[in-house]
Design a protein around this ligand. Sequence first.
Ligand code: NAD
Length: 331
Amino acid sequence: MAQGTGPIREARSIGRAVVTGGAGFLGSHLCEHLLDRGVEVVCLDNFLTGSPQNVRHLMERPGFRLIRCDVTDFVHVPGPVDLVLHFASPASPLDYLKMPIETLKVGSLGTLHTLGLANDKGARYVLASTSEVYGDPLQHPQDEDYWGNVNPVGPRGVYDEAKRFSEAMTTAYRTYKGTDTGIVRIFNTYGPRMRPDDGRAIPAFIGQALSGRPLTVAGDGSQTRSICYVDDTVRGILAMAFSAEAGPINIGNPDELSVLRLAEWITELTGSASPIEFIDLPVDDPKVRRPDSTRAETRLGWRPSVSSEEGLRRTVAWFAEELGGRSVAAG
Ligand code: NAD
């Protein structure tokens, strides 16, 4: 077995977990993986950007409960809780630019309420932070000691600063209240159950390619992203959840590629004849993005194992089925 892809090193046993944002893309995969490991799951979601459809296949599984709840109001979960995973938040730029106040509220009030729950229950707490805390980075690749380059009053500030605030709040609970917290900084993740219309590059390109529309590449497409397949990201998050690490720890795939290359690759994988169309670059769009994942390897024994080619192939196959069974280029 390759180093970093073996069993997670477990520092604790977890019987019951609360996943906020559990009906979203990452949250639904987390719920599923936790159930697979015999953990009971309480999924809290207000369906702002997620949907009950994402957890429909879990509804009949013993130990799974879905509760409609806005974590910015209050969070009350009767019974024991061993782990709180705070994943509620709009995550795609299209979503958080449409819902800036909701995004700031779930990063601030939502984090406060979920930390309170973890503290009351004596539970482990894991915050879903993001590579966006590095903003448009002046250091490349980004390690966890880099403080970032964020414009607080730019359009993306609503998301980036919400997450920076939530990291500060999580650290304060650890330092001043002794809550057992961990922070993961997640880099771009893709896979099944992303919404084709959520505005992120991979689902957008796949949706465009499968429907024969032009693939819209921002700027000249030379800006880079590092993309991680969802199963790898979830394995990294759970490694953090079952550990005693405080973090922050980057969870991301260091394989870096340009956005233009990504569009070309998706065109090949879908066998699409769609042309590439260049559109305006969004304000404050990061030019480069690549995790230094040394800390994840050394502290968690984690590193990604699914190649970008394999991950994209699986994702394209899923979208092709969702969008009406269009054929996907083989091999
Ligand atoms: P998503 O939009 O698919 O899921 C977010 C979920 O949170 C949705 O189901 C939404 O309905 C729910 N939600 C939002 N506000 C809520 C509230 N006030 N109360 C209860 N539920 C609420 O996004 P995702 O890609 O699955 O991201 C999940 C988390 O991971 C987010 O916190 C995001 O910032 C973080 N993250 C994701 C990525 C990525 O590449 N997907 C990268 C970095 C960080």
